[in-house]
Design a binder for this molecule. Structure first.
Ligand SMILES: C[S@@+](CC[C@H](N)C(=O)[O-])C[C@H]1O[C@@H](n2cnc3c(N)ncnc32)[C@H](O)[C@@H]1O
Length: 289
């Protein structure tokens, strides 16, 4: 999506280690999930961010994290790796994506003991209520698949029921006038280019269609690697739904702006009033009584 990867620079090496030469990526050889994870997600940074925020605001460590719409569950894996008492529950409807996550992320990132602390459920997020979680994360706007207020309300209510007392729900959100335009954003990621296309927006229903494409150095293209048919929800609607579901201390963390680039800087702070940015990202937070 529009989030850019935030990854610390690799340590400088004096001598280049010998590595088998990888064949160049092409549309035929590339794996769309690998490209998505490299271009869109920052699971280590995100796992650290939510753990730190939870500890700071609740005074206790984030131990049981549920990742709704988990896809390949890479964030869940990183949460489990952070501490020997951490547990993660990843929920996703799509069996092939979960299977990809098991084969690649779970196998590569977790040892045997850590795997026991990860539970992957092939379920609808509307149906899962246990095990109860300290925090539920619905990231990269995935809840936007719910196109009616009734469906999104059911999701927020179910999340509320699935949390332990004092548990926290995090849902990220995006918006601004730029989001309602036909735009194709491009970002180079080493041996491939990531393209985010906003290709249709209906001001009446707020339905929006977006797609991710990838391009390679040999000129080949992977069009429509991922396509999203969503509703664009506003922060005001999300806040109301949280409050109606019984969350308290409902608030918004607003991303700051990098003064040099004019783009998001990855620093999220609680704000009562947002800025008139062309495009913004925010996180809605609420606590279960
Ligand atoms: C955009 S991907 C999110 C991947 C990853 N969590 C991220 O942050 O980038 C959305 C995922 O939501 C899943 N999904 C859509 N509707 C769902 C539902 N009702 N219940 C569970 N998973 C759902 C899809 O299968 C897909 O893997």
């Amino acid at each position: 999506m529009t989030k850019r990867r935030r990854r610390p620079p690799a340590p400088k090496r004096t001598k280049k280690p010998k590595q088998p030469k990888k064949p160049p990526l092409t549309a035929r050889t590339a794996d769309r999930h690998v490209l998505y994870q490299r271009a869109v997600q920052s699971p280590e940074v995100d796992a650290a961010f939510y753990a730190r925020f939870f500890q700071r605001t609740t005074g206790r460590p984030l131990r049981v994290m549920r990742e709704d719409f988990c896809g390949t569950a890479v964030l869940s894996c990183h949460h489990v790796r952070r501490h020997r008492e951490n547990r993660a529950i990843g929920v996703d409807l799509h069996w092939p994506t979960l299977a990809w996550g098991r084969i690649h992320n779970v196998k590569d990132l977790l040892d045997e003991e850590q795997r026991k602390r990860l539970l992957l459920l092939q379920e609808n997020v509307l149906d899962v209520r246990s095990p109860k979680a300290d925090a539920i994360l619905a990231l990269n706007f995935s809840y936007s698949v719910f196109k009616t207020r009734r469906d999104l309300a059911a999701y927020v209510q179910n999340a509320h029921r699935s949390l332990k007392p004092g548990g926290v729900l995090f849902m990220d959100a995006w918006g601004g006038p730029d989001v309602q335009k036909h735009v194709v954003d491009r970002a180079r990621h080493g041996d491939f280019t990531y393209l985010w296309e906003q290709r249709r927006y209906d001001p009446i229903s707020h339905e929006i269609e977006c797609a991710i494409h990838f391009e390679f150095r040999d000129g080949t293209k992977m069009r429509d690697a991922f396509v999203y048919e969503w509703r664009l929800w506003t922060l005001a609607e999300l806040r109301e739904l949280y409050e109606e579901a019984g969350f308290r201390d409902v608030h918004v963390l607003w991303e700051g702006t990098d003064s040099k680039t004019g783009r998001g800087n990855g620093v999220f702070r609680r704000k009562e009033r947002g800025d008139m940015d062309e495009a913004w990202i925010a996180i809605v937070v609420g606590t279960k009584e």
